[in-house]
Design a protein around this ligand. Structure first.
Ligand SMILES: [Zn+2]
Length: 307
């Protein structure tokens, strides 16, 4: 059963040294253009992940280096791939659409004008933190000491909303999450997190968090990371069914984390149809499968992206 896929998170573009290799079908890693297309892939939110060892100008230089590699790769492979920059770019034109994301805001150094520059470079999604603290907020790894959004964090969120950049809450500490929900005026989303009620892991969302995201019109994108799933594909289905009970079928999406984790619950980007089949066998309607695979994220980004 093939369904068009809008995947909310992978790390392939930062992880892969030779980006041009991604135009061929590879035997290693989880994601390349060929396998993704075979799996029904049309839209991919691709993260530029800045490792925690970099901060300040080093983090900025690191992110710029990776964005330049991605832009060059897109330019060189214009027949196969394109960037999603505005609402109309969401339309399927036969090529794979890449929506560029910054995973962790340390490259911004807390400055709104640097966010604006990243927007000009094509960034349309900002994961506010990775697991550690940065200038905007605290990640889940900070633990009990975690606080809310900083003043810089609030200013950056407001600017994201003005520009048309999606605000991503995955990796955010609970206190920073609730502080964000107080100031966010547009819907936010979780690009790769599951449900704590099904698997009690700090990277997963509480039901209250998921409900708050859905009530604002956002989407919770379920991830294939085995430690956040707490098992295999069968356990993943439990997260989906719990999600439907908690937030409804219109607030769920997929965020694989391909090339960002070891041994995901699906082998690679060609295997999305296996998931569709498993969902169908567990009683999920074709419409709800399409909602999960693309419709909900499509609607979300239509609200967020600039015209
Ligand atoms: Zn991540």
């Amino acid at each position: 059963m093939e369904v068009a896929v809008f995947d909310a998170h992978n790390d392939s573009l930062t992880e892969r040294e030779d980006l041009n290799a991604l135009t061929r079908k590879l035997n290693d890693g989880h994601w390349d253009l060929v396998r993704f297309a075979e799996g029904g892939g049309r839209w991919q939110i691709a993260a530029v992940f800045t490792p925690p060892k970099f901060s300040g100008v080093e983090a900025l230089a690191y992110a710029l280096h990776h964005i330049e590699r991605v832009l060059e790769w897109v330019e060189q492979n214009r027949d196969k791939v394109r960037l999603i920059l505005k609402r109309s770019d969401l339309q399927d034109d036969g090529r794979i659409g890449i929506l560029l994301s910054l995973e962790g805001a340390s490259p911004l150094m807390g400055r709104v004008e640097i966010l604006r520059l990243f927007f000009r470079l094509g960034v349309r999604c900002l994961t506010l933190t990775w697991n550690h603290r940065n200038e905007l907020a605290d990640g889940v790894g900070v633990g009990e000491a975690a606080g809310g959004l900083t003043e810089a964090g609030k200013a950056v969120v407001a600017e994201c909303e003005k520009l048309g950049i999606a605000v991503d809450v995955s990796h955010l500490s609970e206190r920073s999450f609730w502080s964000l929900m107080q100031v966010a005026r547009k819907p936010v989303f979780a690009s790769h997190s599951n449900f704590r009620a099904v698997c009690d892991h700090p990277r997963n969302l509480t039901d209250e968090q998921a409900k708050a995201i859905a009530e604002k019109g956002g989407v919770v994108c379920l991830t294939f990371v085995p430690s956040f799933v707490g098992g295999d594909l069968t356990k993943f289905l439990c997260h989906y069914h719990h999600g439907v009970k908690t937030v409804g079928a219109k607030a769920l999406g997929l965020g694989s984390d391909f090339d960002g984790c070891k041994d995901p619950i699906l082998p690679d980007a060609s295997s999305f149809p296996q998931l569709a089949e498993a969902l169908r066998e567990s009683g999920v309607s074709a419409t709800d499968i399409r909602r999960l695979f693309n419709i909900n994220l499509f609607h979300y980004f239509r609200q967020i992206l600039p015209t």
